[in-house]
Design a protein around this ligand. Structure first.
Ligand code: GLY
Length: 377
């Protein structure tokens, strides 16, 4: 019998399982699909707490903490498994197509700096010196030096490989049901029978609100928010930084793929790639870098972000004893994987919940707190 069951073998679920197993906990992870897929595979791996929309100071602090521990997390996984998730701190470049937008970026620079971003305003010459592939007529940009990226698909492989020798079992099974009495979880019912566990952690991403058997008072209102993406094959090193134009972004990978993302669509469990989505993404990409027009589109895909009611994830214990939640990370699940894994392991093993109070699953409320709005768009 495992000590802990984790539902969801995405980056968050595998990260939690890995941290628990390192501390000697026996863990089984259940997923209905292949591990490290869904949003963990679909994401762009941007580690951008200053450029992403942050609903409040607690969320900003959590994201900054996770970015701070990311290099050690990736190094440790590489040392254990040989799989390098390719953490790159190449910064983020927000570009302006005209003077009015450049003035807006200059105003955003103040907020970024106040939030801890290492920022610099760039004129057209500076932008093109950094990124010669971008449009020659750009007005300028805002560079955030202390943002990074990770290859999330490689990170999934690394976590999976690191979990195995620690004894973590990853089981593929559909239709799991949480079993509990009036006060506590008892385990999980699956197609193969009943698996008992004193602790069950729901890390099921966009599906975390759908888990059968959870009593009403312990449910979390996670909703899927679709994001469509595509990849263009470009010469490796043709672009260096993450490049943003309003809500859209370009992410250059070491393997020569340039990821272009992402739409944001509240349309339920619908992960189709649509003509309108691709049109929107290519429109932005070609406005920033017209030279991309002659390169091949090599991949299109979509994922479902786990949205929460206020922009913060749901992390920690619920009103049902032994039932713990780690979901609702919305646009920042890859960024928040290391800190979520550590915080949930601290909670389960040591009963410590130092960083978790603002993210309590039962916090209620309906609106974002809105204290440190830094949304660039
Ligand atoms: N983190 C970027 C996105 O969700 O589109």
């Amino acid at each position: 019998m495992p000590d802990v069951i984790v539902i969801g073998a995405g980056l968050v679920g595998l990260g939690v399982a890995y941290e628990l197993a390192k501390r000697g906990v026996s863990v089984t992870v259940y997923d209905r699909a292949e591990p490290a897929r869904a949003a963990s595979w679909a994401g762009a791996g941007m580690l951008a707490p200053f450029s992403e929309e942050m609903p409040d100071a607690a969320m900003l602090a959590l994201c900054r903490e996770s970015l701070a521990i990311y290099p050690a997390f990736v190094d440790e996984l590489r040392e254990r498994t040989g799989v390098d998730a390719r953490f790159r701190r190449d910064g983020t470049l927000h570009v302006a197509l005209d003077g009015a937008r450049l003035a807006e970026l200059a105003a955003h620079a103040q907020t970024f700096r106040a939030n801890g971003g290492e920022v610099a305003m760039l004129d057209r010459g500076d932008v093109l010196a950094r990124e010669p592939m971008l449009a020659k007529h750009l007005a300028g940009g805002l560079f955030v030096a202390n943002e990074a990226q990770v290859d999330n698909r490689r990170l999934g492989r690394a976590l999976l490989a690191a979990c195995e020798p620690l004894g973590v079992r990853v089981e593929r099974v559909d239709g799991v049901v949480l079993e509990c009495d009036a006060r506590r979880v008892r385990g999980l019912r699956t197609a193969y029978g009943f698996a008992a566990a004193a602790t069950v952690i729901n890390a099921a991403g966009a599906w975390a609100g759908e888990l059968d058997g959870v009593p009403q008072h312990a449910r979390i209102p996670v909703r899927p928010v679709a994001g469509e993406m595509l990849a263009i094959a470009i010469p490796p090193t043709a672009l260096h930084a993450l490049v943003w134009l309003g809500h859209r972004y370009l992410v250059p990978r070491d393997d020569g793929r340039l990821l272009v993302g992402a739409t944001v669509e509240d349309r339920g469990f619908d992960a189709r790639v649509t003509a309108a989505g691709l049109h929107d993404l290519l429109d932005a990409a070609l406005a920033v870098a017209p030279a991309l027009a002659s390169f091949a589109v090599v991949e299109t895909w979509a994922g479902l972000r786990p949205g929460s009611h206020d922009g913060r994830p749901y992390l920690g214990a619920t009103a049902l004893g032994g039932y713990v939640v780690a979901s609702g990370h919305y646009r920042n699940g890859i960024l928040l994987t290391p800190v979520t894994a550590r915080a949930i392991a601290d909670l389960v093993v040591d009963g410590r919940d130092d960083v978790l109070a603002p993210f309590a699953p039962a916090r209620g409320g309906t609106e974002p707190a809105g204290a440190v709005a830094n949304h660039i768009a």
